[in-house]
Every structure is written in C-alpha cells, then in structure tokens.
Design a protein around this ligand. Structure first.
Ligand code: ATP
Ligand code: MG
Length: 315
C-alpha cells in the first residue's frame, strides 16, 4: 500500500464549554484534545488502514504525550515526531461564538512544532513515502515551504503523487511569501482539495467553472471542492460530480475538512472510483462534525460504509 507523509503542526486543542466571545474571563474548559490539521488527517488515514507518517515536533510534556500516544494508537508512524527538550507542545484554545465563528488563542509559532527539525528519522520517512499531503496551514515559514516543495519534487520524480489542501482563509493569504508558496505548490499538485472560496482564490479566475478549467490546465489531475454543510464536488478532465452533504447535527465542525480530505486521498490512492471516494469522504466529514474534539470523529472503512448506506444525502 502507498505510504503517505505529511510535514506539519501537532498541537493540543482546549475547548471552551460555553459559546461566547473569547477568553478574557475565567471559564470552564475541556481538553487537551489531540489536534493539528496534519495530525487529524494522519489519524483518519491510519484509521482506514493506510500507511501514514508525520514529520513534526512536540515538547517533552503531557500535551506532547497526548498526541504521540494517540497517534501511535491510531497506527500513525510517529518515528519522525521529534521531542524538543526546549519548547512546549503547541496549543490552541478555541471558543465558538453564537454565530458559529471561533475565537482562538494560539501557541504554535514558538512551540515545538513551529521549528522544523530535519532529523535522520524525518529523512528516512520522506525517503520511504509514495505520497505527500500538504496542508496550507503548515506552510508557516520558509523552512516548511522549502521542505514541502523539495519533497513534492522528489516524490513525483520517483513516480509518487502529491495532494494539497490550502486550508487557508482570506485573512492569511497576504502573509509574506505565502501566495508564491501556494502557487509553487499548486504546480506540483495531483489532487487539490480546496474548500469554499479557496477554489478561486489561488487562480486568476473569477468563477468556479473558470477556476476548475485553469487548475486542470495547470496540470492538476483531480479537484475535490469542499463546501461544508452544502456538500462537495469532484472535477477531473473527464467528469464533474457533485453531492449533497449527509444530514447530521453539527456539534463541532473542526476537523471535518481534514477527515474528509484523508478519506478521499486514501481512497484515491487505492484507485477507488471518484463517486465512491466522494461519498465516503462526505460520510467521513459528516461523522466528524457530530463529535466534540478535532480528532475524535475519525472512522474506519466499515463505519463509513455503514453510515453511507444507512442514510440518504440531504436533498
Ligand atoms: P475545516 O474547517 O476543517 O478546514 P473545510 O472547510 O476544509 O473544514 P468543510 O467543507 O467544512 O471542510 O467540510 C468537509 C466536508 O465535510 C464537507 O464537504 C461535507 O461533506 C462534510 N461536512 C462538513 N460540515 C458538515 C455538516 N454540517 N453536515 C454534514 N456534512 C458536513
Ligand atoms: Mg480545511
């Protein structure tokens, strides 16, 4: 089976128990939950039985162990998660506002995973990988951009593939160098997994249809466009498919895109038909939003099949 590698952040998430605005007063919290978009993606891929490893770092602390113990239990290759003796594990405090928006207090940049540790274990994992998955949120500095681009080129040169989830919001698109990094990444992407307006943001196009044509012309083989509770669509040179989301009660949307992406990418690597991969990815995203905690909504293949066959997508 093809092995996936991801280079990026691992952190804990601590969630406010009540909805409201921010953290300026004492309040009840629940956590630490294991988190980080690359870690959630890896956990979901491992849950489907796909070989997957993460290149990251945690501190020598309980928040780090919450992650490494959990990822190892899920079957993720944690050999290249470095334990940094000098920096704490990354963290994010999150509180939902009544309108569904979120307030965060982040400690990522100056945490263990904010620095790239180019270790022999990391090199061994990179050399053994058949597929690189890139999260835009992980392109957080020149070192991370350079290693992702270098790895993408090396993996493709030996016949492997690259998937890319921009995981980006308009607010950070104008960070120095980020737009250039995203453009270079797109040029090396086989499977592109944007959500919402990320589809058009990284193109010269003004409509979704134009953006799809432009991206396919630029060499992307397949595009999967995520649209939250409105569903998702698949596009390649041969066909376009769109599907409504499965109706569920949304408890916590964090991690839905990562579970969806991991399920689609894993099935794509197994040459599953786009229609089935899209259906099970949507089941994966739908199940994820029903669980509190970013990594708590992972599912194995039987659970996805059972979920998808027991209900109809929203009409
Ligand atoms: P993230 O916030 O994790 O980055 P994303 O924007 O990348 O998420 P979404 O589009 O929010 O990704 O979710 C991915 C997929 O999960 C959707 O295309 C849909 O199939 C499913 N999904 C997400 N939210 C819901 C929901 N409320 N109900 C049903 N399915 C959902
Ligand atoms: Mg996302």
């Amino acid at each position: 089976m093809k092995k996936i590698v991801i280079i990026g952040e691992v952190l804990v998430e601590i969630m406010a128990d009540t909805t409201g605005h921010g953290f300026t007063a004492p309040q009840p919290l629940t956590g630490p939950f294991p988190s980080g978009a690359p870690a959630i993606f890896a956990a979901q891929a491992a849950c489907l039985g796909q070989p997957v490893g993460l290149i990251s770092a945690v501190g020598d602390d309980d928040f780090g162990r919450v992650n490494t113990d959990r990822l190892a239990r899920e079957g993720v290759d944690t050999s290249a998660i470095f334990t940094d003796p000098d920096r704490p594990t990354g963290s994010a405090f999150v509180r939902y506002r009544p309108d569904g928006a979120r307030d965060f207090v982040f400690n990522i940049r100056h945490s263990a995973c904010g620095t790239l540790h180019d270790t022999p274990q990391a090199r061994a994992l990179l050399d053994s990988a058949d597929h690189l998955h890139v999260m835009g949120s992980s392109l957080s500095g020149p070192d991370f951009v350079a290693l992702n681009l270098e790895t993408a080129r090396a993996i493709r040169a030996r016949g492997g593939t690259v998937s890319f989830d921009p995981n980006l919001r308009k607010e950070i698109l104008f960070a120095p160098g980020l737009a250039e990094a995203m453009a270079e990444m797109i040029a090396l992407t086989d499977l592109f997994l944007p959500s919402g307006d990320e589809l058009t943001l990284l193109t010269a196009a003004s409509t979704e249809t134009e953006a799809i044509t432009e991206l396919l012309d630029r060499g992307i083989r397949a595009i999967v466009h995520k649209n939250g509770a409105a569903g998702a669509a698949f596009h390649d040179a041969r066909q376009s498919l769109s599907a409504s989301a499965y109706p569920v009660d949304e408890i916590d949307p964090t991690g839905a895109g990562d579970c969806f992406g991991a399920t689609f990418t894993t099935l794509w690597l197994r040459d599953t038909s786009p229609a089935r991969a899209l259906d099970l990815a949507m089941a994966s995203g739908a199940i994820a939003v029903t669980r509190r905690g970013p990594m708590e909504g992972t599912s194995d293949l039987d659970s996805l099949d059972t979920f998808a066959s027991s209900r109809e997508p929203r009409s």
